[in-house]
Design a protein. Structure first.
Ligand code: ATP
Length: 506
């Protein structure tokens, strides 16, 4: 899996998806820039989300709020006091870790041990193997499952209570060593606030202290009534937003999975108090469907209920994706109660209530939110699509290729127009005409450099669903050969029908 992940990262750089930020200065940790293909893929992900949220729901509207907000926003939301991670340093390696992540890694190791036992038994018993029965009775599996459950409940309690002493004790009790140095010489655990702060121009001191927003949601909460009144929405309704968020993450490894500057796609859905669990279940199912529509399956997606709820939530679930380094959070669905609106009402002194014409009464709505990182979705999409495979080479043998089996709606380039050979004026003219005809409708690419086989491989590597080859026959029959990326099938398509052919498939 490590190798696969390394290959994906290197593929991203070679093919212009993602570069380390400020690379000429040796980069800036956990900060990345999106290259020519990366920005297209990222925009397509955002568009797919926006379409499914805003366009397809009459009762969801958009917003683009500023990154800077009045400092009281973050006091009201609880971020100044409670947006902390438990930090621990290893004295030998001088490396810094999140204490809860060290315990989670310990739990992941226990899970892996259980899985190994099960796999071994599966091999040994073949078709007769009863996994449920085995997991319930095998002493080694049982012992590890018990340890796992004990760690899970203890961690959840320590996180909910903010019990830093027990976090440290857990690290000692579970004999967790620094992954770098193997040392168990740890500092105490302390709280670390994740918000970046900066100073407003001419205002000195605390008065002028601003934060870079750690989530986009608060811009939606403070605008709740502006949006509701101007768009004449009635509860239940939602506000969707895509924008940058910033978190001073203690450790930011695993490529674009955890960054300090990232982008979120969030939707806050305002509902009548008491109906929130119904809407929570609705959005939980809807969001999974969106992932499945883009190619996800039960193999690589799963729900994970939160063990320790954030200060604002009464229910929370993650949609986890099987990244090359294991199942991790991709999206969160949270029932946030009326916490945020009530807090803003208290600190601003402004009413945050909705008058319900059906009930003929005013109330502070409850909120169910869906929140997903664009960058994490990007990594999930690439991890799912990245395939190394052997394909027939057309000469009776086979050859290796790397192909991104992206959902066509996400592919950075939808079709490539390739004259069979270069330096042939007739073919160039014809191919250019095809390209010009398509480029306003689709992200198209014209390429005549190198042998046709190499050009196909280049398009495979960026996930282009269709390669359109213009050959000598095209000059006679006004038709082209369309090659499909995954099946490698080639079809002769008349130029008169090419747009319709692509429209149907893309
Ligand atoms: P984690 O437990 O991984 O730190 P979180 O529970 O703090 O994540 P939320 O506050 O629920 O995350 O944020 C919503 C979504 O924003 C996450 O599901 C994830 O997709 C994305 N996200 C959060 N933090 C980061 C980050 N540092 N880098 C990239 N994406 C992030």
């Amino acid at each position: 899996m490590d190798n696969l992940f390394k290959n994906i990262i290197s593929h991203c750089k070679t093919y212009g998806f993602i570069f380390p930020s400020s690379e000429i200065y040796d980069g800036l940790s956990a900060t990345y820039d999106y290259g020519p293909n990366g920005v297209e893929l990222k925009n397509n992900i955002k568009q797919a989300w926006w379409k499914s949220m805003v366009r397809q729901h009459e009762n969801i509207v958009g917003l683009d709020a500023a990154i800077f907000m009045h400092p009281k926003t973050w006091k009201a939301s609880g971020h100044v006091d409670a947006f902390n991670d438990p930090l621990i340093d290893n004295k030998t390696s001088k490396k810094r870790y999140r204490a809860d992540v060290l315990v989670e890694d310990y739990m992941a190791k226990l899970e892996a041990k259980i899985q190994k036992e099960v796999d071994k038994a599966k091999k040994r018993f073949g078709d007769d193997f009863d996994e449920v029965m085995y997991s319930k009775t095998n002493p080694r599996v049982l012992a590890n499952a018990e340890k796992h459950e004990a760690a899970r409940t203890r961690l959840a309690k320590a996180m909910t209570d903010g019990d830093l002493e027990d976090m440290k004790k857990m690290i000692e009790d579970y004999e967790i060593a620094c992954p770098e140095s193997g040392s168990r010489d740890w500092t105490e655990v302390r709280q670390f606030n994740l918000m970046f702060s900066t100073q407003l121009g001419a205002v000195a001191g605390e008065e002028g202290k601003l934060y870079l927003r750690p989530e986009t949601a608060q811009g939606i909460f403070v605008n709740f009534l502006n949006v509701q009144k101007s768009s004449r929405q009635k509860v239940p309704f939602g506000i969707a937003q895509i924008g940058k968020a910033f978190r001073n993450e203690i450790i930011a490894r695993q490529f674009i999975f955890r960054m300090r500057e990232f982008e979120q796609m969030e939707m806050q859905f305002f509902v009548q108090p008491g109906s929130e669990m119904e809407w929570y279940e609705y959005w939980k199912a809807e969001r999974l469907k969106w992932h499945e529509m883009l190619g996800g399956s039960s193999e690589d997606l799963r729900y994970h209920d939160h063990d320790n709820l954030a200060h604002y939530a009464n229910a929370a679930v993650d949609i986890e994706f099987k990244f090359p380094f294991g199942f991790k959070e991709l999206e969160g669905i949270h029932s946030r109660t009326d916490f945020d609106l009530t807090q803003h009402q208290a600190l601003s002194g402004k009413k945050m209530q909705y008058f319900d014409p059906v009930l003929n009464e005013s109330y502070v709505p409850y909120v169910v939110e869906t929140s997903i990182g664009v960058d994490r979705m990007f990594l999930a999409t690439l991890s799912r699509a990245y395939t190394e495979e052997s394909v027939p080479d057309g000469k009776g043998g086979s050859s290796e290729r790397v192909v991104l089996k992206l959902h066509p709606s996400l592919a950075p380039v939808k079709c490539a127009i390739l004259p069979l050979v270069k330096n042939n004026a007739d073919l160039t003219e014809k191919a250019r005409a095809v390209f010009d005809d398509l480029k306003m409708d689709y992200a198209a690419q014209y390429d005549e450099k190198d042998a046709i086989g190499r050009r196909y491989r280049r398009q495979d590597a960026i996930g282009t669903p269709y390669c359109i080859t213009v050959d000598h026959d095209s000059l006679e029959d006004n038709a082209v050969t369309v090659r499909e990326r995954d099946s490698l099938t080639q079809e002769r398509v008349s130029l008169d029908g090419l747009k319709a052919y692509l429209a149907q498939r893309l």
